[in-house]
Design a protein around this ligand. Structure first.
Ligand code: NAD
Length: 260
């Protein structure tokens, strides 16, 4: 019997992955899955302090581009897209896996959140995705897929999620509007909502360990997800298999969000 060779599902795709801080980052899980499925990668690092942690991972992934990106620094995002334009002239997939809120606002009650803290959290964690979509769309001439990362605290009250609840709610709503606006160009937009994962960003939330324990205890599937699971879901959605899905928040939490 002839052997069937299975073509990687993202072969020929070019993907930009933003948000790798270290090997625990959700963005790293996405980059690894994309690479395994044949995509070529561009990855970014926050600043010179972050670079030594990201560079070895970029090398291991065979990333073609490694670029600095702090979305709050004017011009850096534009520079990333112009480097992609020069190198590839096209883009198929983008992962936005970044979030930030000043510590005092993140760890305090929403009712006490400062205007400045709210605005920084919204700008870095939500509006930067809109800016990325604007810059990515002209490079996605034959369609593409945009991903961002949300959390259940966007839709339900999760204790200690605080200001990030309304920020992620805005992010999920932005996905729906971007899906509508960019749909005619065959650009699909997804918010992935993973269950709790032990990453650096998560360690800034108060009582995060308790959230993890509770998720493991309440999940119908009795398990926690890992960054490889997030990567595989994104790889599937970025492939032709996901071609009719857009605009939704996709839960990847072993069923925790179903529980009352
Ligand atoms: P992480 O700390 O590994 O990644 C967060 C990334 O945000 C870092 O790479 C950091 O450099 C980047 N970042 C922060 N400010 C930035 C800026 N100004 N410009 C560019 N990049 C900036 O943590 P993670 O958990 O992988 O977080 C990725 C995303 O996943 C976040 O949106 C987070 O809210 C979301 N998420 C995390 C969990 C979880 O439990 N860890 C669950 C659901 C959703």
């Amino acid at each position: 019997m002839a052997e069937h060779s299975r073509q990687p599902i993202l072969s020929g795709q070019k993907a930009l992955v933003v948000g790798i801080a270290n090997e625990h980052s959700i963005a790293y899980g996405c980059a690894r899955a994309f690479r395994e499925q044949g995509a070529e990668l561009a990855v970014t690092y926050l600043n010179d302090k972050a670079r030594p942690y990201v560079e070895p991972l970029a090398r291991e992934l065979g990333a073609e581009l490694l670029l600095p990106l702090d979305v709050s620094k004017p011009g850096e995002l534009e520079a990333v897209f112009s480097a992609i334009q020069q190198r590839w002239g096209e883009l198929h997939t983008l992962v936005h896996a970044i979030a930030f809120a000043p510590k005092e606002d993140l760890q305090g009650r929403l009712v006490d959140c400062s205007a400045a803290g709210f605005s920084i959290a919204m700008d870095i964690s939500c509006h930067s995705f809109i800016r990325m979509a604007r810059l990515a769309a002209p490079l996605m001439r034959n369609g593409g897929t945009l991903f961002t990362m949300s959390f259940h605290g966007a839709q339900k009250v999760v204790s200690h999620y605080n200001v990030m609840g309304p920020v992620k709610a805005a992010l999920e709503a932005s996905c729906r509007y971007l899906a509508w606006e960019l749909g005619p160009q065959q650009i699909r937009v997804h918010a992935i909502s993973p269950g709790p994962l032990r990453t650096r960003a998560a360690s800034g939330l108060k009582d995060f360990d308790q959230l993890v324990d509770e998720a493991a205890r309440r999940a119908p599937l009795g398990q926690l997800v890992d960054i490889g699971d997030v990567g595989q879901l994104c790889a599937y959605l970025a492939s032709p298999y996901g071609r009719h899905l857009t605009g939704d928040t996709l839960y990847l939490d072993a069923g925790v969000h179903l529980m009352g």
